[in-house]
Write a protein that binds this ligand. Structure first.
Ligand code: FAD
Ligand code: SF4
Ligand code: SF4
Length: 383
C-alpha cells in the first residue's frame, strides 16, 4: 500500500480516489484522525491518473475577478442561524427555487461531519453554520458527476475541496456553482470526537447537536454551545478548550500549514468569510449579528450576486480591507512546533490535560491567578 502523494501535502480532497478506473484507491484514516488516499498495489495498473488529477501537484494560478463586498442578510432569523452575514442561505435558497441541489457539511447521528445533498428548503438548516473540523466527502463527487447535467448544483466546501471537485470533473459545467470560504484550516475529526465523548461523559447526557458559532453572545464574541438531550452548555469561544486548540493551530491537517489554495489559486465562484474589519472600514454596515466578506471570483459568481443582492444590506469594498482583518485569505496558519507531540499524546490524555499542557493561559485564568495572588498579599498584610 502506498500513498498517492506526500502526507504533508495531501488535502484529502478525494479526487484521486474518485478518478481511479480500477477502484484501487481508498481513503483511510490515519492515527491523527485525517483521511488519506491509500493505493492497493494489487489493483493498481500504474495509469498515473491519480497524480495527473491531483490539484496539489498542479501549479495553475488562476485569474480572478476579485470583486469585493461587505454585507449581511436582511432576514434577522437567518443571520442568527449562520456563522457570518448569512450569505450562504440566500444563495442556497435561490438555487433551491431553481430546482437545484445544495451540497454542504452536516453532522450525522454519531456527530461525524459529512457532506450531503439537500434538495428542499425544509432541510437546509442542516447545512447552515461553520463546523470547525474536516468534513468527510465520501463519494459526493460521484453524486455531483451523475446529477450535474440534470440539476443546478451548489457545492460549498473548503478551498481545497472545491479545487478537488473541479479537478475531478475536468469540464466546466454551467450548472455548477462553487462557494468556498476564507479558510484558517481544518482540525482533526478524531479530536472533535474525543471532545464530544468527554462532554457526554461529564454531563452523563447525549449531545444531539453542536453550534460552533452561537451568536447569543454576539457575532464577534461568539459562543460554542453543546445541545444535549436534557440541557445546553455554552462557553465563549475564547474559553472553550476545543476552540482554543483549533485556533492555536496545533491540531490542523498538515496540508493547512502550507495551503496551496489561498488567494490567487481559488477554484470557487464566490469566497465567503467574516468581515472582521467592518468597524474600521465600513462602520455604517456594522451589525453585531454578523457581517460577511464576499469575494466574487468569476463571472458566474457575479451573475448570482446580481440575482440575490436585494436580500442583503451591502456595499462594495476593497480586497485589502478584507485581507487586513483576515490574513487566512492569503497566508497559511503557522505550523505549531508541538503538533506532532500533541497528536502522539492525544489518545492517552484528556482534552483538559492536553489544553493545560499545550495552550497558553487564557486571560480569565490569568485574571483568576492575579486575583488569588492579590488576596494572598492582602491577607499577609493583615497578619
Ligand atoms: C473550517 C473552517 C475554517 C474557517 N476559517 C475562516 C477564517 O479563518 N476566516 C473567515 O473569515 N472565515 C472562515 N470560515 C468561514 C466562516 O466561518 C463562514 O463559514 C463563512 O463566512 C460563511 O458564512 P455564512 O454566514 O454565509 O454561511 P453559513 O450558514 O455559516 O454556511 C457555512 C457553509 O459552509 C459549509 N461548511 C461548514 N463547515 C464546513 C466544513 N468543516 N467543511 C466544509 N464545509 C463546511 C456549510 O455546509 C455551509 O454551506 C471558516 C469556515 C470553516 C468551516
Ligand atoms: S487528489 Fe486530493 S486526496 Fe488525492 S492525493 Fe491529491 S490532494 Fe490528496
Ligand atoms: S487551509 Fe487549505 S489545505 Fe487546509 S482545509 Fe483550508 S483550503 Fe484545505
Amino acid at each position: 500500500m502506498d500513498f498517492v502523494i506526500d502526507e504533508s501535502k495531501c488535502t484529502g480532497c478525494t479526487a484521486c480516489m474518485n478518478i481511479c478506473p480500477k477502484k484501487a484507491i481508498l481513503m483511510d484514516t490515519n492515527k491523527e484522525g485525517f483521511k488519506y488516499p491509500v493505493v492497493n498495489n494489487k489493483k493498481c495498473i500504474n495509469c498515473g491518473l491519480c497524480k495527473k488529477i491531483c490539484p496539489v501537484l498542479k501549479e495553475n494560478y488562476l485569474d480572478a475577478l476579485n470583486k469585493c463586498y461587505v454585507g449581511f442578510n436582511k432576514e434577522i432569523s437567518e443571520l442568527i442561524n449562520s456563522s457570518s452575514g448569512a450569505i450562504f442561505p440566500i444563495i442556497a435558497n435561490y438555487i433551491l427555487e431553481e430546482n437545484g441541489v445544495i451540497i454542504g457539511a452536516t453532522f450525522n447521528e454519531k456527530k461525524q461531519l459529512k457532506h450531503i445533498a439537500v434538495t428542499n428548503k425544509e432541510n437546509l438548516y442542516k447545512l447552515k453554520g461553520s463546523k470547525y473540523l474536516q468534513s468527510d466527502l465520501n463519494d459526493i463527487f460521484m453524486y455531483i458527476k451523475y446529477n450535474i447535467e440534470k440539476n443546478k448544483i451548489l457545492f460549498v466546501g473548503t478551498p481545497c475541496q472545491v479545487a478537488g471537485l473541479k479537478a475531478f470533473l475536468k469540464n466546466d459545467y454551467h450548472n455548477l456553482l462553487c462557494i468556498d470560504f476564507i479558510c484558517h484550516g481544518v482540525p482533526s475529526p478524531k479530536l472533535f470526537e474525543k471532545y464530544i465523548k468527554e462532554l457526554e461523559h461529564k454531563y452523563n447526557d447525549k449531545i444531539i447537536n453542536y453550534n460552533f458559532r452561537d451568536k447569543k453572545t454576539g457575532w464577534s464574541n461568539y459562543s460554542n454551545t453543546a445541545i444535549f438531550k436534557k440541557r445546553k452548555i455554552s462557553q465563549i469561544y475564547k474559553e472553550n478548550e476545543y476552540m482554543r486548540l483549533f485556533l492555536s493551530d496545533i491540531a490542523l491537517r498538515k496540508s493547512c500549514y502550507n495551503c496551496k489554495f489561498k488567494l490567487g489559486n481559488k477554484h470557487s465562484d464566490i469566497t465567503l468569510g467574516d468581515f472582521w474589519g467592518v468597524k474600521k472600514y465600513h462602520p455604517e454596515i456594522y451589525n453585531e449579528k454578523g457581517v460577511s466578506a464576499i469575494i466574487l471570483n468569476t463571472k458566474r459568481g457575479e451573475g448570482i450576486f446580481e440575482k440575490i443582492k436585494n436580500n442583503l444590506i451591502y456595499k462594495e469594498c476593497e480586497l485589502n480591507e478584507i485581507i487586513d482583518g483576515n490574513p487566512s485569505l492569503i497566508n497559511s496558519s503557522k505550523d505549531n512546533k508541538m503538533r506532532d507531540e500533541f497528536f502522539l499524546e492525544m489518545k492517552e490524555k484528556t482534552i483538559q490535560e492536553l489544553s493545560k499542557q499545550y495552550l497558553p493561559k487564557t486571560n480569565s485564568i490569568k485574571k483568576g491567578i492575579t486575583k488569588i495572588k492579590n488576596k494572598i498579599k492582602t491577607k499577609c498584610r493583615l497578619i
